[in-house]
Design a protein around this ligand. Structure first.
Ligand SMILES: Cc1cc2nc3c(=O)[nH]c(=O)nc-3n(C[C@H](O)[C@H](O)[C@H](O)COP(=O)(O)OP(=O)(O)OC[C@H]3O[C@@H](n4cnc5c(N)ncnc54)[C@H](O)[C@@H]3O)c2cc1C
Length: 410
């Protein structure tokens, strides 16, 4: 007899918690911008986030440098990207970066201010809530099933914006996706290294020092516990793989740490002060959208009639930023529109792009930009009662410009 590897979940009535116009899944940079921009257009907007705070990688993996504002020479991007900076500056929560306008944020202040910005715009926030599955009518998404301490609930919506970074909603709704891994990093912060003592030991006993470093790095995937580790080939859409990675990284870090405490002068009192609440994930699923942005589009500064963002940032595979400089490319609206499913838009690092282009699209500024565009498009789609796929790009562009977004002309 064939062995069953499934169970049938009994059908049950799921309480409808809310009915909104625009429902945003995921509260990272893309989701925050989507919720703000949709709510500002006067439609009932709600954002659901699985953790107890907003910010995505900014706050969950301490990725505090908001990169991609400029083109290597000058600032370029505006809109919510610029507003965040303007709000955080008086709170002394911004560290200015380069001549391109890139900046770092204080992650704790960002958690607070991101929520304020959404609520001031009129949007609702529901934290501690996992967006599990789209509610489908045929091929149209008309809300989400959620799970939280309140149990399983339904939130109905005219348009859902998938900002889960892993395209959870689009994928579960049947949109074809690529799933390619990139380096994964767990943020680990140490304290207590006595650098002076380490240096003098290295000078006095260079061979022994070298031996200790080699042993410690061999215990921790090739790096010291206070260096960034790039883990390869992790399927971050698989819970087993995520679990193994979390456990392995911590185990290896502490094994190396305790070895160093015992053997390397200057490390006797070193301890782990903090680890990120979530693994830092650079890439995973990307939707197949109405258009797939290519690396060549970025490198040749291609413009599109349905542009919803004009940017100039490029991040190479080797992490070199703004090389080439002076780019001036568009992100077309079609990259946010998934194939095969209606009632859904996608923003953030899972937009439709090839692997190399996605490496730039995953930076915080492009994610904020696609988030703002998706929020605006979702709101217009609700107001005009037209599916997102059928929207006239000019209307989205006009609304984005009213919100201060730069699209190539002022
Ligand atoms: C280690 C590392 C370093 C980086 N360094 C930089 C840098 O210096 N500068 C830069 O600009 N970019 C950097 N990046 C890239 C950037 O941080 C991310 O690509 C960006 O934050 C992606 O934004 P997002 O909104 O698409 O997704 P995320 O920031 O990942 O946010 C997604 C949000 O959705 C929530 N979520 C996911 N699934 C669900 C669900 N099913 N239901 C409810 N909520 C859900 C998550 O909890 C999260 O809050 C780095 C990335 C990593 C991993």
């Amino acid at each position: 007899m064939e062995k069953k590897n499934y169970v049938l979940e009994p059908g049950r009535k799921i309480p409808v918690r809310e009915k909104v116009d625009v429902l945003v899944a995921g509260g990272g940079p893309a989701g925050i911008a989507a919720a703000i921009s949709a709510a500002r257009l006067g439609v009932r907007t709600m954002l659901v986030e699985r953790y107890g705070y907003l910010g995505g990688m900014i706050t969950g993996s301490h990725v505090v440098w908001v990169l991609g504002v400029g083109d290597g020479y000058h600032p370029k991007a505006r809109g919510i990207i610029q507003e965040i900076r303007q709000r955080l500056e008086p709170l002394e929560a911004v560290t200015p970066g380069n001549e391109c306008g890139d900046y770092a944020v204080d992650a704790e202040v960002f958690k607070w201010q991101a929520a304020e910005m959404i609520e001031e715009s009129g949007g609702q926030i529901l934290l501690h809530t996992l967006a599990c599955q789209p509610i489908l009518q045929g091929n149209r998404v008309c809300g989400l099933y959620t799970e939280s301490k309140s149990g399983r609930q339904a939130i109905l919506a005219s348009v859902v914006v998938d900002c889960t970074a892993d395209a959870d909603i689009a994928y579960r709704g049947g949109c074809p996706c690529d799933n390619q891994t990139h380096d994964v990093t767990l943020r680990i912060v140490l304290e207590g290294v006595d650098e002076r003592k380490v240096k003098s030991f290295a000078a006095e006993e260079p061979r022994r020092y070298q031996e200790i470093i080699e042993k410690a790095t061999s215990l921790n995937g090739g790096v010291l516990p206070n260096q960034t580790r790039y883990l390869k080939n992790i399927d971050v859409t698989d819970a087993t793989s995520l679990s193994r990675t979390e456990i392995q990284v911590r185990k290896e870090c502490f094994t190396a740490l305790y070895f160093l405490r015992k053997n390397l002068p200057g490390w006797e009192k070193v301890r782990v002060r903090e680890t990120g609440p979530q693994l830092g994930v650079r890439q995973s699923r990307r939707i197949h959208g109405e258009y797939r942005l290519t690396d060549e589009d970025l490198r040749t500064s291609r413009h599109f009639p349905d542009t919803v963002a004009r940017l100039g940032v490029y991040l190479a595979a080797n992490y070199v930023l703004y090389e080439p400089k002076g780019l001036d490319y568009d992100i077309p609206y079609r990259c946010l529109v998934p194939l095969e499913i209606d009632g859904l838009l996608v923003a953030g690092r899972c937009v439709s792009a090839d692997y190399a282009a996605a490496n730039s699209m995953r930076l915080i500024v492009p994610c904020l930009a696609t988030g703002q565009a998706a929020g605006v498009a979702a709101a217009i789609s609700v107001r005009e009662k037209i599916q997102p796929r059928k929207l006239t790009p000019a209307k989205i562009q006009t609304a984005l410009k009213k919100q201060g977004v730069y699209l190539g002309t002022d």
